[in-house]
Design a binder for this molecule. Structure first.
Ligand code: SAH
Ligand code: SF4
Length: 358
């Protein structure tokens, strides 16, 4: 395809096209819809960006694509490797915005953490991404290009996707829906929906909407506090959707998805939400809930207003949950030495005041 910087905006980004978009495009080009299958299989499964080199599609379709679609691949401006094998990629999008994505090695999996926005508007007081504010939403094509870059650098080893990078995915509803459709297309990237997890800070109406729209992914919820007084302070959206409303949405979600297990994330902030009383309240909130709890000891960064609890406090907190019959795992975030851990992704930092807040 003939790709030039000027015509990218005028053309539809190929990586943001779903299977049915490609079927439409084949019809517009006057070729059989089956060629959409060839395109999906070659481009999305084998990461072939040179459309001219695809032998299974007719020339008329190649010409049509060259005129109507752009194949933009972001430039990888930095690729850092942490001591534990975690890799962070910084991708430069067409407008120059930098987006971070992280590849995390597990025992028998490679998980890629995807950013859904440049920055974030939610403003959680413990999260470095929040300090940049929201710059803009990412398009579906840009999110797919993150996976593309991850697969290229890992030799196609990415097995799991988590939408836990920069941004609140449910604030970018339409593009995320399109992204999920593309990456779980069985003829293309073919990620199993069981291996894709979306994390939200608690956008209750959008949680019901994703349920209605049957999104092909698991749900993770960043609960992070056991009282509204604390949650109001650390996750401002709690004032709109308080804990009781959020937990009802989680219960409805589990029930309507046939008892599907939900992941509850709990960032542990020393002296804020890590007491044994918090642990006991968490047991009550999560009683009989089909969930796994990820305890995330706070990942610090320069200027942060919070501290990481010590290991003993984290273990004691976990023990209370386990004794109550809950499944609670301590997640030691990987890649901390290259600022690739949860809440450490950022593109630019606005100045904080003395309290560490914006
Ligand atoms: N916006 C979504 C997803 C991105 S944040 C959300 O908030 O759920 C992914 C996870 O990182 C969330 O659970 C969030 O609470 C957690 N997190 C943010 N900053 C953190 C930090 N500094 N240390 C540990 N976890 C953090
Ligand atoms: Fe946004 Fe999630 Fe960070 Fe909160 S924790 S500011 S929702 S990215």
């Amino acid at each position: 395809m003939n790709i030039s910087a000027e015509n990218i905006c005028a053309k539809t980004p190929f990586l943001g096209m779903t299977h049915s978009d490609l079927v439409d495009l084949c019809q517009q080009a006057g070729v059989k819809p089956v060629h959409a299958d060839h395109l999906v299989a070659t481009v999305f499964r084998y990461y072939q960006s040179d459309i001219d080199a695809i032998s299974t599609i007719p020339n008329i379709l190649k010409t049509y694509l060259a005129a109507h679609a752009s194949m933009f691949e972001p430039e990888c401006t930095a690729a850092q490797l942490a001591a534990d094998g975690t890799r962070k990629l910084v991708l430069k999008m067409a407008d120059g915005k930098a987006v971070e994505t992280v590849l995390i090695k597990g025992a028998n999996r490679l998980t890629q953490c995807i950013s859904t926005q440049v920055g974030c508007a939610v403003g959680c007081t413990f999260c470095l991404t929040a300090t940049a504010g929201l710059s803009r939403n990412l398009t579906a094509a840009e999110m797919v290009s993150e996976v593309w870059a991850g697969q290229k650098i890992s030799g196609g080893q990415v097995s799991n996707i988590v939408l836990m990078g920069m941004g609140e995915p449910l604030h970018n509803y339409h593009a995320v829906a399109q992204f999920l459709e593309i990456i779980t297309d069985a003829k293309g990237m073919a990620f199993s929906p069981n291996r894709v997890t979306l994390s939200t800070s608690g956008m209750v109406p959008a949680m019901y909407r994703m349920l209605e729209d049957k999104w092909p992914c698991n749900l993770a919820v960043s609960l992070n506090a056991t009282t509204d007084a604390v949650r109001d302070q650390i996750i401002p959206i709690n004032r709109k959707y308080p804990i009781a409303t959020l937990m009802q949405a989680v219960r409805d979600y589990i029930q309507q998805r046939g008892n599907k297990r939900v992941l509850i994330e709990y960032v542990m902030l020393a002296g804020v939400n890590d007491s044994l009383d918090d642990a006991k309240r968490l047991c009550v909130l999560l009683d009989d809930l089909h969930c796994t709890i990820n305890l995330l000891p706070f990942n610090a960064y320069p200027g942060a207003a919070f501290d990481r609890p010590n290991d003993a406090a984290v273990s004691e907190f976990q023990a209370v949950l386990v004794e109550a019959g809950l499944i609670a795992i301590i997640r030691q975030s990987k890649g901390r030495d290259i600022s690739a851990a949860c809440g450490q992704l950022i593109t630019s930092i606005k100045k904080r005041n003395d309290s560490g807040r914006l």
